[in-house]
Write a protein that binds this ligand. Structure first.
Ligand code: ZN
Length: 120
């Protein structure tokens, strides 16, 4: 099936549903349940797990924001256009990452500028 913006939008809506589900599963109460399920864990491990939980929660929240932003672009008619340089984002890139806000060039420049973090 060829790539189309309709499919990208569907993928984004799917992604959004999944992320919202993940966020709901990650309520603080749930994090405590994870700690209690392992009685071998000492306080340090539990604290560590909670820190990881918070980090994941933030990451999912950030991903959700990106997806929402990409979806909003369908309304504006600016979907698939790089936010930084205004160039059309490569379709192959959008197919892999429908929530992409920047073209590959700008994305890599952006990532290098911010920090060397390997996302995913
Ligand atoms: Zn760009």
């Amino acid at each position: 099936m060829p790539f189309s913006y309709e499919r990208a939008k569907e993928a984004l809506l799917d992604e959004r549903a999944k992320l919202l589900e993940q966020l709901q599963e990650m309520r603080p109460a749930k994090l405590e349940d994870i700690g209690h399920s392992n009685h071998m864990a000492d306080d340090g491990t539990e604290a560590f797990e909670q820190t990881v939980g918070v980090a994941v929660h933030r990451k999912v929240g950030a991903a959700l924001q990106e997806v929402e932003r990409a979806l909003a672009k369908f309304e504006d008619g600016t979907y698939g256009i790089c936010e930084s340089c205004g160039a059309r984002i490569d379709r192959a890139r959008l197919e892999i990452l429908p929530s992409a806000l920047y073209c590959l060039d700008c994305q890599s420049r952006h990532e290098q500028g911010v920090r060397q973090v390997s996302s995913r």
